[in-house]
Design a protein around this ligand. Structure first.
Ligand code: URP
Ligand code: ZN
Ligand code: ZN
Length: 489
């Protein structure tokens, strides 16, 4: 077989285990896995010896160029996808949110326009339902257009995005009917409003500053909302996916619901695994405001355990970048801080360094939570999410322990700060391939903007997840055996 490229001699992580050997690529696809693949005339050989070869990462929760909190998030499809590529990300899923009066289809068109000509890596969108009565009849049309995941926010009334219980219940019924999935931002709107109103005084703002952000969002704000969304999923049988899970209590609720057969899945984000709310104490504490906010060390530990035990299936970033100047809009009032963090560039390095090198998860688990599970759950598997014959040749090649210092000045993101500034992280991509093309080489982005493609889908959720259990790969030479993935792990 003629090979355009061979990735040679790496520690190749596949769903069936890890082996030392080669990945053969023809055109955009992986066509061979083996111990000593043969190069023909014109085959480009990339040396991966002494490196891990991982499936490209899918960051299934990003917001690029999002109008939000009175400004527009600072990473667009150009800088956001370049940042992702440098962190081994080869697919992003953003959220198409209808502007006032827009239909779901117009929202998708708006987001397609943002991506076209700029995206370096492949992409698609979750479609946000912000006016249920009007948008409900449009859901089927969006499924026919290739969108199988939808989103509702239980907060953000002032943005015009908030959904009430009627909308959640009715949309979950629709998800069941169409075999699609509803992503939910779960926080308890009215209790949150009340806690914010009680604290919104000049005295308290002078005294506590940005610490009021975590003070007004105790864990029960997330837990109650997750409980309610789970209730509606249980009642309707509609597939639910809780985004950016941040609390121990929420994780316990998900675990219990899954155990009794509720079709609910959950993701957490890298920031909830490595930061806690002590970050709000510093001079620049306001920079760290995201929604939901980072929680306590006990929540961090529970989320890692949830990843390992299986109730948390995915790690994403919720990338929503704001510069120091944008964050300065708060001017001492925490309710005015543009909420969100940069994340695409550091997802793989953070989870690799703090998860794998930190002894909390294995390399196989990392590939599962960053690539294979997101692809399976979002209806992109087997095209994306695993190193196997027939899949897109989306790969991230990382050194097992060489670290780099996080510094905004050397990063692709438009952020002029980083929550992880000065941290030593391993796991930045030495080489990233997207559909067979080298887009990061020697830690530098070399790919052409605009080459990224929109990815149509036909499925999503637990059914897609369970139907796509990875098979052992016969082509792989003597993979190290490991227990087959079970349940929603
Ligand atoms: O702080 C965040 N997460 N900003 C983006 C909007 C959201 O809730 O995901
Ligand atoms: Zn959210
Ligand atoms: Zn988000």
């Amino acid at each position: 077989m003629r090979l355009d490229r061979i990735i040679k001699g790496g520690n190749v992580v596949t769903p069936a285990g890890t082996f030392t050997g080669d990945v053969g690529i023809a055109g955009e696809k992986i066509v061979a896995l083996g111990a000593e693949l043969e190069a023909g005339p014109g085959t480009d050989v990339i040396d991966a010896s002494g490196h891990h070869v991982l499936p490209g990462v899918l960051d299934v929760h990003v917001h690029l160029e999002l109008p939000f909190c009175g400004t527009v998030s600072a990473d667009d499809y150009r800088t956001g996808t370049r940042a992702g590529a440098r962190g081994g990300v080869t697919t992003v899923i953003d959220f198409a949110i209808p502007y006032a009066g827009d239909s779901l289809s117009q929202a998708a068109d708006n987001w397609l326009r943002k991506a076209e000509g700029k995206a370096l890596i492949d992409y698609t969108f979750h479609i946000c339902i912000t006016r249920y009565a009007e948008h409900k009849p449009q859901i089927k049309g969006m499924v026919d257009r290739g969108f199988t995941t939808f989103k509702e926010f239980m907060i953000y009334e002032s943005e015009g995005w908030q959904s009430d219980d009627r909308a959640l219940f009715g949309t979950l019924e629709q998800m069941r009917e169409h075999g699609t999935m509803l992503l939910v931002h779960a926080e308890s709107a009215r209790v949150l409003d009340e806690l914010i109103a009680r604290h919104h005084t000049p005295e308290l703002m002078t005294r506590y500053g940005a610490r009021l952000h975590p003070m007004t969002r105790p864990n029960f704000v997330e837990a109650e909302a997750i409980q309610r969304a789970v209730q509606w999923s249980e009642a309707t049988g509609g597939q639910l996916y809780i985004v950016h899970l941040s609390t121990a209590e929420g994780t316990d609720i998900i675990r219990a619901a899954q155990a009794r057969g509720v079709p609910v899945l959950a993701e957490t984000c890298a920031q909830y695994l490595v930061l806690d709310d002590s970050v709000f104490e510093g001079k620049d504490g306001h920079l760290f405001a995201c929604c939901p906010q980072v929680k306590k060390p006990k929540d961090v530990e529970r989320l890692w355990k949830g990843l390992h035990d299986g109730e948390v299936s995915v790690v994403s970033t919720d990338t929503c970048t704001f510069t120091r100047e944008q964050k300065a809009m708060w001017d001492g009032d925490w309710t005015k801080i543009p909420m969100g963090l940069p994340g695409l560039e550091t997802l793989l390095p953070l989870v690799y360094t703090h998860g794998v090198l930190g002894g909390r998860i294995t390399l196989d688990e990392l590939a599962m939570k960053l690539s294979t599970n997101p692809a399976r759950i979002m209806g992109l598997y087997p095209r994306k999410g695993a190193i196997m014959v027939g899949a897109d040749a989306d790969l991230a090649i990382i050194h097992p322990n060489a670290s780099r210092t996080v510094s905004p000045s050397t990063m692709e993101t438009n952020a002029d700060w980083s929550p992880y500034e000065g941290w030593e992280l391993a796991g930045f991509a030495r080489t990233t391939l997207s559909r067979g093309e080298v887009i990061v080489d020697g830690y530098k982005v070399v790919g052409r903007e605009g080459r990224g493609q929109w990815l149509p889908r036909t499925s999503a959720g637990l059914e897609a997840f369970q139907a796509s259990r990875p098979e052992p790969i016969p082509e792989a030479p003597a993979p190290k055996p490991r227990a087959a993935a079970a349940g929603a792990r």
